[in-house]
Structures are given as structure tokens and as C-alpha cells.
Design a protein around this ligand. Structure first.
Ligand code: ADP
Ligand code: MG
Length: 435
């Protein structure tokens, strides 16, 4: 090789970024070059999370790039230094089915009005596990950052509080481990594993709902940990009381600590997230394009991020620049007009032959609650108003009422085709903006 290894690594990184923009991460520039020995280049990661990411996702991309750069049939190996550990101690970190994503740190988590409480609770819990909010229950719709926040807690705990034992897993994995333990008669082992941790972090706990025996087991796991002041952190797509078929005693335990909602991000937060993601993924995008994307995707940050990556991939085919023209043609027409909740109420009231004031009043007859809930649902779809603001339009109802109504409406719409048609029609009328 004519060049030094550092230069080789830099070439390799450049190629990986060009050829696999979805894989590349900002922290790649922290990777350390190693020697080329026996046809293998060793690349050093900063920590075990980076290592895990590289080993799972990047072996082929790096090897191909290394072969192009060196012109030889080399392969790439990743490694990282093991943290110093007391030989007698059990491993501090129990990797379960879900490996930690190195991107999901507090540093990469943008705080805004929709997630401020959840974020504050998450940092408090990771600084003093078991001593602030226990359990911490984070809920919100898909793609709003629950998994990111849970993993950020795990990163922080495993970094700052090394001797602590942490188990992080999905609810499905918990259920599967339990079933397996019952089948092979290893319940004792299962219990030891989950009742002797300092922090138990379970993602998507709503799946516990319909599983009776797993609920029973989890109830005892929960009690054991809680009584000994071990930290429990849970996430779900709805608050405890709305998890279908969850036993009352679990609902009340989940409610006994802090229940924090992650709400949809406002425009400013979405923009900040896009900026951070474009930096993290090494995708330079002009501000006007970021704004364009942020206006188009309001309800799901995963989709927001997906749009950014799609534009980046398209731009590679098209000269390498992400422009506003490219964004327009790839992501569709101009951002949806911003609709006022007031207008939604007028359209719905007219359709149901009601007065707007009836929607705002206290009448609980079905003929009024259905249109009222429809309005709340549509306001979530079409406006930038927060749950509190929407509640304000309906005689000062509180945000949990609005959340409950919109969730219930979402579920009904999935089953009731006539209602879904009505919502579509109302949506079109609202968008038309006329009278
Ligand atoms: P959920 O578990 O709620 O479905 P995720 O945690 O998987 O959502 O988040 C989806 C994507 O959005 C992830 O890539 C995550 O990094 C990103 N994301 C969500 N919230 C934020 C935030 N506040 N700051 C930065 N990125 C975020
Ligand atoms: Mg998730």
C-alpha cells in the first residue's frame, strides 16, 4: 500500500458515506485506524455500542470500500476495548434482544414542548436510578421517540454508573423468555435474571395486555424490584389505563410513579431534529429544504427522518445535491395548508346539523359526543394545536380527554368503513377551505 493506514481509513470512510448514505454516522470520524495484518484491516470503535452497530450493519460496506481503496482483497474487522471490570462481578450490562443504538443518546435527543417532561424525567431517572420516579412510564404514538429516550437512559446508566446491572428488552422478548422458561422448567433462572437487576427497562409494554400468565409473572417481578428500590422504566403507545386487557393492579402500579406523555413535536422541534439528523448522518441539506420537510411531516419523526434519507438517496442519482426542487418533486405538493380548529368545528357542526356551541358544551348525548370527538380527531390531523389547546376549544376539557377521544376515534376508524368515509369527506371539505 502506498498510503498510510490513516489515509486509507479516510478513503474508506468517504466511500462508505458515498455508497451507503443510510449507514454512515457522524461518529465514523472518531473511528481509529489499525494495522493491515494478513489481509485484514482492524478498525477500532470508541465503545461497545458503536462496535455492535458496526458489526451488525457495516462489515460488507467497509470491506467493499477497503478493497476499492487498496485494490486488494482485504477484509475489515472491528474491535473496541472492553471496559475494565471486576472479574468476580456479573456483567454490568445485560444486552437483551434489543442492542442499543449508539445514535439514541441524550445528546442526540432534541427537547421541545411535546417531550420536555418525559425528557426531564428520563434524565432524573438515569442520574439516580430507583430514587426519583419509580416506575417511569413513557407513552406516545409511534415514531415520537420513546425507544430513543429509553435507550438514552440505558446509555447514561451504563456509562455513568458502571457497576449497576441493567436489563433492557422489548415486552415481546420478556414474554418469550417467560414462555420458554415455563416450557423447560427454568422459572427459577428466569426470576433470578429479571429480579436481580438495578434497572429493568421494557419497551412497548402494551403487548403485555392480552397475556395473562405473563402479566402475573411481570406483576411479581415489578413488586420485587419496586420494593427494593430498583428502577423500572416502561414505554407504551398509550397510557396504562388504556392498555387493552391490562389487569387493574398493574394499571395502578404503572400509574404509581410518573406517567409522561410524549406529544407530537412542534415545527421548531421538528426542524431541530432534522438538523441534528442531517449532521449525524452526514447529509448536508439547505435550510429551506429542512423547513419543507418539517412542514410536510408532522406526526411521526421516523417519517420525517425517512424523508431526509430518501432525498439524500435521490440526490446521489442526480448530481449529489439536495435542492428544494428535488424535495418538491420527491415529497409531493406544497405543505398542507394550516387549518384552524375553529374551521373544523364549523364544518363538522354543519354536517351534523348542530350549533358549534353544542360541540363545546357539556351535553353527553351520543349525537353530540360523536361529532365532538370527530372534531378533536380532525384537529389533531389538520392543525398544529397541542392537546391542551384543542381541549381549550371544547369548553376547557383537559388534554387527557382529548387524547382519549382521538385514540378511541383512531381505533373506531380502523373498523368502521362508513365512519372512515365520513372522516375522509369532512377532511376534504376542511381542506377545500370554502363554505
Ligand atoms: P417510538 O419508539 O416512539 O416509536 P423512536 O424512538 O423509534 O420512536 O423514534 C423514531 C425516530 O425518531 C428515531 O430515529 C429517533 O432517533 C427519532 N427521534 C424521536 N424523537 C426525537 C427527538 N426528540 N430528537 C431526536 N430524534 C428523535
Ligand atoms: Mg419504539
Amino acid at each position: 500500500m502506498a498510503t498510510t493506514t490513516r489515509q486509507t481509513l479516510e478513503h474508506v470512510l468517504r466511500l462508505v458515506r458515498e455508497n451507503h448514505p443510510g449507514l454512515a454516522r457522524g461518529w465514523f470520524s472518531d473511528l481509529d485506524d489499525g494495522n493491515l495484518v494478513g489481509g485484514t484491516i482492524s478498525i477500532q470503535a470508541r465503545n461497545l455500542f458503536q462496535l455492535d452497530y458496526l458489526q451488525r450493519n457495516c462489515r460488507r460496506a467497509f470491506s467493499e470500500a477497503a478493497q476499492t481503496v487498496t485494490g486488494r482483497l482485504v477484509s475489515v474487522r472491528f474491535w473496541a476495548e472492553e471496559p475494565q471490570e471486576d472479574n468476580h462481578a456479573e456483567p454490568a450490562f445485560a444486552f437483551e434482544e434489543l442492542p442499543l443504538n449508539p445514535d439514541y443518546s441524550f445528546e442526540n435527543f432534541i427537547v421541545g414542548p411535546g417531550n420536555r417532561l418525559a425528557h426531564a424525567a428520563a434524565t432524573a431517572v438515569s442520574e439516580q436510578p430507583g430514587r426519583s420516579y419509580n416506575p417511569l412510564f413513557v407513552h406516545g404514538s409511534a415514531g415520537l421517540g420513546k425507544t430513543h429516550l429509553l435507550q438514552a437512559i440505558c446509555h447514561r446508566i451504563s456509562k455513568d454508573q458502571h457497576p449497576l446491572k441493567l436489563a433492557y428488552l422489548s415486552c415481546e422478548a420478556f414474554i418469550n423468555h417467560f414462555i420458554e422458561a415455563v416450557e423447560v422448567g427454568a422459572l427459577h433462572h428466569f426470576r433470578h435474571r429479571f429480579r436481580h437487576v438495578d434497572a429493568l427497562v421494557i419497551d412497548d409494554i402494551q403487548f403485555l395486555g392480552t397475556r395473562e400468565r405473563s402479566q402475573e409473572e411481570f406483576f411479581h417481578t415489578f413488586n420485587t424490584l419496586h420494593q427494593t428500590q430498583r428502577q423500572i422504566i416502561l414505554s407504551a403507545d398509550c397510557p396504562p389505563s388504556e392498555i387493552p386487557s391490562l389487569e387493574e393492579r398493574l394499571v395502578s402500579r404503572f400509574n404509581s410513579g410518573l406517567v409522561a406523555l410524549i406529544d407530537r413535536p412542534c415545527l421548531e422541534t421538528r426542524l431541530a431534529i432534522l438538523r441534528r439528523k442531517s449532521k449525524l448522518r452526514c447529509v448536508p441539506v439547505p435550510d429551506e429544504v429542512l423547513e419543507y420537510i418539517a412542514l410536510r411531516f408532522e406526526n411521526n419523526i421516523r417519517e420525517l427522518e425517512g424523508a431526509l434519507l430518501r432525498l439524500d438517496a435521490l440526490s446521489q442519482l442526480d448530481g449529489g445535491k439536495v435542492t428544494i426542487e428535488l424535495a418538491r418533486s420527491a415529497l409531493g405538493p406544497e405543505p398542507m395548508m394550516i387549518v384552524q380548529t375553529q374551521r373544523i368545528m364549523e364544518v363538522v357542526a354543519r354536517r351534523f346539523k348542530l350549533k358549534v356551541s353544542a360541540l363545546q358544551g357539556k351535553n353527553r348525548a351520543k349525537s353530540v359526543t360523536l361529532p365532538r370527538h370527530l372534531c378533536m380527531y380532525l384537529a389533531r390531523q389538520f392543525t398544529h394545536d397541542s392537546l391542551e389547546q384543542i381541549g381549550g376549544y371544547f369548553g376547557g376539557r383537559d388534554h387527557t380527554t382529548v387524547l382519549h377521544a382521538t385514540r378511541q376515534m383512531g381505533r373506531r376508524l380502523a373498523e368502521d368503513v362508513d365512519l372512515a368515509r365520513l372522516v375522509r369527506e369532512l377532511g376534504e371539505e376542511i381542506r377545500r377551505g370554502g363554505n
